[in-house]
Design a protein around this ligand. Sequence first.
Ligand code: SAM
Length: 310
Amino acid sequence: MELLRPSHRLDFTPGRRILGTVAERGCGSCWTRSESVHVDRSVPLNLRRHFDNIAEAYYQIVDRIWYDVGYYHKREGEFLREQLSQPLNLALDAGCGPGRHLLTLLERAHVVIAIDFSRQMLSKARDAIPPHRRGRIHFVQADVRRIPLRMGVTDLVINIEVLEHLPGGLADARSTLAEFRRVLKSHGSLVIEAPLERHRRWDHIWSKPASYKELTEEEKTRYYEKFPLTVEHLFLDEDLDSLLERAGFLIETKRYVRFFPAGLIERHPSLELVDKVIERVPFLNRVCREAMWYMRVNLRRSRKPFAWAH
Ligand SMILES: C[S@@+](CC[C@H](N)C(=O)[O-])C[C@H]1O[C@@H](n2cnc3c(N)ncnc32)[C@H](O)[C@@H]1O
C-alpha cells in the first residue's frame, strides 16, 4: 500500500524518521512496520509511556474534569472550528492524540495526516474515524520535532497541547515551529495552543488546587502515578509571539482561556461567567491558563531550512 499520494510523499531523509504507520488492515490495528521499528533515542520514553498508557481512557478521564482540562478541550475545539473557513487540500495534526480534532479537519481538508509518537494514541484516533472516511486520513508515528514530510506540502498545521511536553523547552519549541513553517505551503496557516507560565504563579496565590474529585483512586494510580505526565515547559506568551514571528508567521488571532485557577472555578462555578469577561481584558488576560494562536505564513520572511544537532 502506498502510504500517501505522490504529492504528499513522506520525507525519508536521515533525521526525519517515521517510527511506524497505522494501516487499514483486517486485524483492526496492525502496523505496516514491525514492532521493532527504530525509535529515535531523542524521543522521551517516559512521556510516550504516559500517553500510550492513558490513550484508551483519555477522553473519559480528562474531559470529565469540567472545571479544568475538559474546559480547555472544549474551548480549543471551538477556536479551531472558528478559524477553518476555507477548504484545504492537506492538513497536518501534529500531536493528534486520540484524534479530538480530526473530524473537524476532515470536514475542511481533502487529506489529513495525523502524527503522534504514541502508537496507542494513533490507534485510538484511527478507531474514532468512521470507516468510510479513513481513506482520506493517514496515521504516522513520528516526532513532531522532526516531521517526516517534504517541504511546502501542507495547507494547515495544528498543534494543540503538545509544545509543553517537548523535552527541550523553548529550544524545542523554536525548532518545532521552524518545522511547521518548513512543511507549510506559502499560503499556509498554523493553529497552536500553549499553557502560560504566569498562570502558575496565580495558582500559587490561590492555594487550593483543583481536587480532581471526578477521578477514582484507581484511575489516579493507573493513569497518573504509574506513568506520570511530564510538562516540561510553560510559556510566556510574548516569548511565543517572538518565536512565531522569527519562524516566519504572522499572528492573525490570539485568544486567552481561563483567568481563574481551576480550583477556584470548581468551588465557585458561577465565576465561569466572570472568567469569560476577564479573558478579554488586556493585561489581565495574560494571567490566563493558556493561549491559542492562529497564524499565516509570513511571505516577507524567507524560509530558512532548519538544521538540528544529531
Ligand atoms: C495532551 S495530548 C493532546 C492531543 C491532541 N492534540 C488534543 O488536543 O486532544 C498531547 C499529545 O502529544 C503527543 N506528543 C507529545 N510530544 C510529542 C512529540 N515530540 N512528537 C509527537 N507527538 C507528541 C502525545 O503522545 C499526546 O498524544
